[in-house]
Design a protein around this ligand. Structure first.
Ligand code: SF4
Length: 158
């Protein structure tokens, strides 16, 4: 079975509102959106292997400092991503997935392990989460609320 690989790893504050997240950009997105900001991540063999031991060590390193782990992609390796999400939840942290799929294209198995999800592929003329015309949605799966307004406030104050 292939393993998840990641291109980058960083601590982020804006991608998941009100959470401090450890974010992994996962290799192998098959959607090929025109204008993708991370086309270097399309090739599945690129990047560093993300195994459970590595992830557990990173969570231990950031214990008390992070509240969430964000996976930017990885749903194309569902079983591997599920194992990672379960590991995160067992550590008492929240989980978020950024996907280019629509909500009804994401499996119930994945949704059951997620607290937040960003859906919708990148369409340049409609913009991202901070755009009023975006096709993308950021959803709190626990409350079923769409939280796009939390991203749009930032740009509307410009
Ligand atoms: S879904 Fe995201 S990562 Fe995948 S091709 Fe589209 S913009 Fe790039």
């Amino acid at each position: 079975m292939n393993s998840l690989r990641f291109i980058s790893e960083e601590i982020v504050w804006q991608e998941v509102p009100n959470e401090t997240s450890l974010a992994f950009l996962i290799s192998g997105c098959p959607l090929g959106c025109k204008g993708c900001h991370s086309a270097d991540s399309w090739k599945q063999s690129n990047g560093t292997k993300l195994c459970p031991i590595y992830l557990a060590n990173r969570i231990a390193l950031y214990k008390g400092l992070i509240s969430c782990v964000l996976f930017m992609g990885g749903e194309w390796q569902e079983q591997n991503l599920l194992a990672m999400l379960k590991l995160v939840k067992e550590q008492g942290l929240k989980t978020c997935l950024y996907t280019g799929l629509e909500l009804d294209q994401v499996s119930d198995s994945l949704l059951n392990e997620l607290d937040y999800i960003k859906t919708g592929r990148w369409i340049a003329e409609r913009g991202g989460l901070n755009s009023l015309t975006t096709n993308q949605r950021f959803i709190d799966l626990n409350t079923k609320q769409i939280l796009n307004h939390l991203f749009q406030q930032v740009s509307n104050n410009d």
